[in-house]
Every structure is written in C-alpha cells, then in structure tokens.
Design a protein around this ligand. Structure first.
Ligand code: SF4
Length: 71
C-alpha cells in the first residue's frame, strides 16, 4: 500500500511527539506505510485540516479523532 502523503511533516512519524509509545514502529508500519485511512491523525487532517490535528494525537486514537470531528 502507498505511504501516507503526510509522512514528511508528520510529528508522529518523525518522532517529534512526547511519550512515543514503545510500539510506535508497528504503528508506522500499519498506518504510515500501510493504511493511513485508519490513522486518527489522518482522519482529523482529512475532515478538519492539518492545523486542527492535535500535537498529542496518536494514530490509534480513533475515538478521540471521531469526537473531534463531530464537535
Ligand atoms: S498515517 Fe498518520 S501518523 Fe502516519 S504519517 Fe500519516 S498522518 Fe502521520
């Protein structure tokens, strides 16, 4: 599958977030280099724009992303 188009500037992919989870390598494989449509950060980007993606939102936090998108 294609790489996420946000990889170059993504805080998560570039290890710029606080408290990076130990399994972040797996997330990068599954989301960033796999299926970004399941990534919470990408979901918020698509729905609301890049500036609305919280700095501390991790790819697996879909529930939080959905709440943000609905609010
Ligand atoms: S899949 Fe998500 S975490 Fe990965 S580069 Fe894209 S927006 Fe960033």
């Amino acid at each position: 599958m294609a790489k996420c188009q946000l990889i170059a500037g993504c805080l998560f992919f570039n290890d710029k977030m606080q408290n990076m989870p130990a399994i972040s390598g797996i997330y990068k494989k599954n989301y960033c280099q796999g299926n970004n449509s399941n990534c919470a950060r990408f979901m918020v980007f698509q729905a609301l724009g890049r500036e609305k993606v919280p700095e501390d939102l991790f790819p697996n936090q879909r529930d939080r992303a959905e709440t943000l998108i609905k609010s």
